[in-house]
Design a protein around this ligand. Structure first.
Ligand code: CP
Length: 318
């Protein structure tokens, strides 16, 4: 694997999940693989889990991580070709990506959607420009439209907690949030679950008008009645996203979509999942997050093994 920009870059999600679970039992077994290799983690946006778990993964593999908060510490980058750079932007991506490639063997990037211009966000300007001009592999630590390291951690977590059933019912439920959030987590989770269509029944529950990008959710059952969606579910994955149709707008703050114990009682003893960070008693009630049904802490732990298996595959190809 050269780059990891989307969950579809994995040769096989199922095999990768099995490899990650095996790696988790002995995380230091490939310490020599990353010896004398450096990973540069470039953050254009905030992070807790991604920043620490990707560093931990790199250290487990013997790599040296370098972290830069590009949004606040780097020169402002120009991405357009042929621009007269006489305004605020000091450095062009062409030089920046090539320079960073001399310091790092892998470049990992977090650059969220701006949520102002759908076309611009879908073009993945930051990620694609690094891919174009860097001379080393690129790792997506959440871009405008995808969060594939999170989706792989989610797949590992589901595999570890799934009941012994022929078909597992997985529900991705929208929940309210005061701010406009990107679609990346929902998109990548949907892509991951849909890639397992023989194993999972997949329902996406959200208010009308909150459909995600149909190219990411083709094959999922859409349900506007949240309680109906929850019936018989084995996993409830909750995430807010802003409107995709009315791009980036918060058209609905309906607090009745919060995840409560009453709703979880409609499921088949489902596990509660969320990528974190989560706003307590806005997205999910304390009674759910603090209960045994919640596996969000294990899910966050799996971010290390998700990043580690991906970095292992990238380095094995270098
Ligand atoms: N889930 C996740 O990506 O968390 P951070 O934004 O804290 O990295």
């Amino acid at each position: 694997m050269k780059n990891y920009l989307s969950i579809h870059d994995l040769p096989s999600i199922k095999e990768t999940v099995a490899e990650a679970i095996s790696l988790k039992k002995n995380p230091l077994q490939f310490q020599d693989l990353g010896k004398n290799k450096t990973i540069g983690l470039l953050f254009f946006n905030n992070s807790l889990r991604t920043r620490l778990s990707t560093q931990k993964a790199a250290l487990n593999l013997g790599m040296e991580p370098i972290v830069m908060n590009f949004g606040s510490e780097g020169w402002q980058l120009e991405f357009e070709d042929g621009t007269l750079m006489d305004q605020g932007k000091s450095e062009h991506i062409k030089e920046a990506a090539q320079v960073i490639s001399q310091y790092c063997d892998v470049i990992a990037i977090r650059a969220f959607a701006g949520l102002q211009d759908k076309g611009k966000d879908e073009a993945e300007e930051v990620l694609e420009s690094f891919k174009k001009y860097a001379t080393v592999p690129i790792l997506n630590m959440e871009s405008s439209v995808g969060h594939p390291l999170q989706a792989l951690a989610d797949a590992i977590t589901i595999e570890e907690h799934k009941p012994a059933k022929e078909k597992i019912k997985v529900v991705l439920s929208w929940a309210p949030h005061p701010r406009a959030l990107p679609h990346a987590v929902g998109n990548s989770f949907a892509e991951m679950v849909l890639a397992h269509e023989d194993d999972f029944d997949f329902v996406i529950a959200h208010p009308e008008g909150y459909e995600l990008d149909p190219n990411k959710t083709k094959g999922a059952q859409i349900e506007y009645d949240q309680k109906k969606a929850f019936e018989g579910a084995d996993f409830i994955y909750t995430k807010n996203w802003s409107s995709y149709k009315d791009y980036g707008k918060v058209a609905c703050k309906d607090s009745s979509w919060i995840i409560t114990a009453d709703k979880m009682a409609l499921t088949d003893r489902a596990k509660f999942m969320h990528c974190l960070p989560v706003r307590r008693n806005v997205v999910v009630a304390d009674e759910v997050l603090d209960s045994d049904t919640s596996i969000v802490i294990e899910q966050a732990n799996n971010r290390t093994f998700s990043a580690q298996i991906v970095l292992k595959k990238i380095m094995e190809n270098m």
